[in-house]
Design a protein around this ligand. Structure first.
Ligand code: ADP
Ligand code: ADP
Ligand code: MG
Length: 676
């Protein structure tokens, strides 16, 4: 085994590789860009080397610098993670030239699978079933159009060098072929520097089923069963699970054998994934065709780990250090069911626009470490809930890298149990500060199609009306959460429940209290009233909600009873915003100050807010200072640049809302500016 390895990646995968390395006593070296100087992956490793600027091309793709870092630190091998250099054959060769082990397949295997078209020709020779199509080198448009006619519409045009769901066009009619081809080739040229395409039959109601394979230098090759990654958006995976629902033992063995044949055809060593597209047949079975082979560890490998009990990164390290595979095919078994959800910084209700900003709140569901089988033996250790992430609360999601915040992986004895755990785990995932897809994932997982295992790549489109633009937590309950938090804050401040002392309410006398709230741009009023018997009643926008009782549970959690129903709510304050999480959903509210809003033109426009996520470097004014419009008030740092923020209007600084050094989210109010 190696003594020291360098991890040529960032984020969750670098942290994940470091974890296994540590468990094996292997020392680790991180590499990092400017933006990642304090990133978790740097902390997860024993040493770290700075390799350049924020853009991937200036750092994580700078392979000469990475090789130099490995040499300088005495690393013996390089783990490339996924993305970046993981499928770069030149890098794999350069490692060997420098006497370093590339923890991945031989460069020739990467090269053979690097072109989708060339790989298909190879697979055809190896007897692996292919989607009917054309994958020759001749890309004359007239020839491709004739091939499309021969294949029959609809067809799919794919960039031969494509990946990550890009460079693909579905064409329904012959009249559209020429235009789609031209646009696909333009995208292919721009994204991959190669405009070669292949054309294949578009499989209707396709499922994406992939097989994890593993080879060693001794010539052994096994498959670790399948993953179903049919739940996709724009050809990108959203939920992945193992095993694939409805897979028969016969078909599994057949697909496994085909995947092993594919790997053997290219002399494969290490972890790889053979992706198949599967279509349902009339008799309820599935037919499958080779799509491509990914010559690296896959994002969704944890679901395979959960059902097999094997650590695939440990296998990678073993195999790369020359040892044989730790298990034979007949020793591998499927135990239970696992699902992975990719938690991303994006707004599903705004066309999945990627979001950047600060992770003001980042709370994960409780983890349970081990599961034992019925005999009390530790069959393997699938944590029922596993979170793979490279960020912690307070970190920022920057625009430089991908939008994945974390992977949430759940395991259950069967699919139903795994889905129940997934729902609970997503409900317990609280992220505040930027838009995420957590609520969307929860709805997709709970949809009739997914829970009923009616899987194909159009699932999200089909469930659109049920998974997008859905209401969050009902307003009365969210308002009750805000009230619970406010009461708890006063108790903490004054040492007394404000209801139990006569002068407790400062706003509207002793028996009523008004909360002005805003959801989006809509104002709402919640009123709390004390009844004669001492109970309190909540009214929201004039509608009585019944008796309210609240109790702080600690850790931002509140026990709230409203109108006889009891709920546990988590309430996080974030500037003037409050995010309320409950089993029924999430709602973000803004405390609304009717007085400030009444001032002419002094709405949001008159506030000093952070124009981007970043860090407060300095305040140039303090509470009580009178300031003039345009006067510099604060300096923020984001993406290594300093930005000076000036007073939006004349006013008096009432309060600084952050301290120097604080990380703030985009849109946070930095200081309260009162009227002169
Ligand atoms: P996979 O097919 O491995 O499950 P995706 O389809 O999400 O993963 O990834 C598509 C491509 O995007 C991958 O081939 C990988 O090269 C790249 N990629 C994904 N995530 C990252 C990341 N965190 N950093 C760099 N590249 C990534
Ligand atoms: P990438 O390199 O981007 O991962 P793939 O060739 O693996 O590209 O295809 C990605 C996705 O595109 C598949 O998971 C599937 O949803 C869809 N797809 C690919 N080939 C076909 C096809 N022939 N018919 C229908 N859908 C397809
Ligand atoms: Mg693919």
């Amino acid at each position: 085994m190696f003594k020291k390895i360098l991890i040529a990646n960032r984020g969750e995968i670098a942290c994940r590789v470091a974890r296994t390395a540590r468990s094996l006593g292997v020392r680790t070296v991180a590499v990092y860009s400017d933006a990642d100087a304090n990133a978790q992956h740097v902390r997860a490793c024993d040493e770290a080397v700075h390799i350049g600027g924020n853009a991937a091309k200036d750092s994580y793709l700078q392979w000469q610098r990475i090789l130099a870092a490995a040499k300088a630190t005495g690393a013996q091998a390089i783990h490339p993670g996924y993305g970046f250099l993981s499928e770069n054959e030149d890098f794999a060769r350069a490692c060997a030239d420098q006497g370093l082990v590339f923890i991945g397949p031989p460069a020739d295997a990467i090269a053979a699978m690097g072109s989708k078209a060339a790989a298909k020709t190879l697979m055809e020779q190896a007897g692996v079933p292919l989607v009917p199509g054309y994958h020759g080198r001749d890309n004359d448009p007239a020839l491709l159009a004739r091939e499309a006619d021969r294949i029959g519409y609809p067809v799919l045009i794919k960039a031969s060098a494509g990946g990550g769901g890009r460079g693909m066009r579905k064409v329904d009619r012959a009249e559209d072929f020429a235009a789609s081809l031209a646009s696909c080739q333009r995208e292919a040229k721009a994204s991959f520097g190669d405009d070669h395409v292949l054309v294949e039959r578009y499989v209707t109601r396709p499922r994406h089923i992939e097989i994890q394979v593993f080879g060693d230098a001794q010539g052994n090759c096994v498959y670790l069963f399948e993953r179903d990654c049919s739940v996709q958006r724009r050809h990108q995976k959203v939920l992945e699970e193992a095993p694939a629902p409805g897979m028969s033992a016969v078909r599994r063995a057949e697909m496994g054998a085909a995947a092993v044949a594919a790997a053997k055809a290219v002399g494969y060593v290490g972890a790889g994934t053979v992706e198949f597209i599967a279509e349902p047949t009339a008799d309820g079975d599935i037919r499958f065709y080779f799509m491509e082979m990914n010559t690296r560890l896959q994002v969704e490998h944890p679901v395979t780990e959960a059902i097999t009990g094997h650590d695939l990164v440990a296998w990678q390290l073993l195999v790369a250090s020359g040892q044989p595979l730790p298990a034979k095919q007949d020793e591998l078994k499927i135990h239970g069911h696992a699902v992975e959800a990719r938690i991303c910084a994006e707004n599903p209700d705004a066309g999945f626009l990627p979001a950047t900003g600060s992770l003001h709140v980042l709370r994960w569901p409780a983890h349970v470490a081990f599961i034992r089988n019925a005999d009390g033996e530790r069959f393997h250790d699938p944590a029922p809930v596993r979170v793979d992430t490279g960020v912690v609360e307070g970190d920022a999601i920057s625009p430089h890298y991908d939008s994945m915040i974390a992977k949430l992986i759940v395991w259950g004895e069967d699919r139903a149990q795994a889905l129940a755990r997934l729902d609970a785990a997503l409900q317990g995932t609280h992220i505040v500060g930027l838009a995420t897809n957590v609520a969307f994932l929860r709805r997709v997982a709970a949809s009739a199609s997914f829970s009923g295992a009616d899987l194909d790549t159009a699932l999200i489109e089909r469930e659109r009306a049920n998974v997008l633009e859905q209401p969050g937590l009902p307003l009365p309950l969210a308002a009750a959460g805000v009230v619970a938090q406010a009461i708890a804050a006063e108790v903490a401040l004054e040492g007394q429940d404000p209801w139990s002392k006569r002068n407790g309410w400062r706003i509207h006398g002793t028996a009523r209290r008004r909360f002005d709230l805003e959801v989006g741009k809509t104002p709402h009023v919640a009123t709390l009233e004390r009844l004669h018997d001492g109970a309190t009643r909540l009214t929201v926008d004039g509608e009585a909600q019944g008796v309210l009782a609240t109790r702080a549970l600690g850790g931002d959690r509140y026990d709230v009873s409203l109108g006889g129903a009891r709920h546990t709510l988590s309430v996080y304050l974030h500037g003037e915003r409050a995010a309320v999480f409950a089993d029924a959903g999430t709602l973000e509210l803004q405390e609304y100050d009717p007085i400030a809003h009444a001032g002419a033109g002094a709405g949001a426009a008159g506030r000093l807010t952070a124009p981007m996520p970043g860090k407060v470097i300095a305040f140039m004014a303090k509470a009580g200072d009178t300031v003039k419009a345009g006067q510099p008030l604060a300096v923020m740092e984001a993406m290594k640049m300093e930005h000076t923020l000036s007073a939006p209007r004349d006013g008096v600084v009432a309060e600084l809302l952050f301290a120097v050094g604080d990380q703030v989210a985009e849109g946070s109010e930095l200081l309260k500016l009162a009227e002169v």
